[in-house]
Design a binder for this molecule. Sequence first.
Ligand code: ATP
Ligand code: MG
Length: 196
Amino acid sequence: MPQSRHEERQQRLKEKIDARIESAQIERGILLIFTGNGKGKTTAAFGTVCRSIGHGKKAAVVQFIKGSWDNGERELLEPHGVPFYVMSTGFTWETQDKEADTLACLDTWHHARKLLTDPQVDLVVLDEITYMISYSYLPLEEVIDALTHRPENQSVIITGRGCHRDLLNLADTVTEMRPIKHAFDAGIKAQKGIDW
Ligand code: ATP
Ligand code: MG
């Protein structure tokens, strides 16, 4: 029986995809960035942490903005051996003290830098670090230096809106979350288990 056109097309597609899979042979850690104004950046990062530790890998999380509420992911992941380093000043846009914020940021960055030299750590999440650079709490060059000198096997996820162009250029995978709608705009309150 002659192959249907659908089967032929599928076969050609499969050959193309197989060839692309075959040609992707480089093995190294990658830099991923989840940016944009839509919801899903931090949750995508934590989804990847779950994937990573589910395979027995080691992941660590550094959060540059601390919510004033409890953090659902931390409750779950810390007991599973994922260390968290969380900046302790609360939301930066609620504070007025630039000097104190800068110190808190640099203190948190110190933990991040250490993780970025540790080949035992397979995945480092730098949650909301983009703001630290746009507020000039943290020098861009220092972040780029740490990222480029990190262990070869280590992957890093950066989240936050308005990511600096130089970081986007450095990254291997960049996803922009684009808001189509958000419940908050319809007056629906942020919810435990959905929004934090
Ligand atoms: P999430 O943590 O839910 O993945 P996110 O990391 O993409 O969100 P952030 O900018 O870090 O987004 O903001 C975190 C909080 O703000 C979450 O409670 C989220 O639901 C809410 N949020 C995210 N995007 C929007 C938006 N476009 N409008 C209103 N609220 C938003
Ligand atoms: Mg976020």
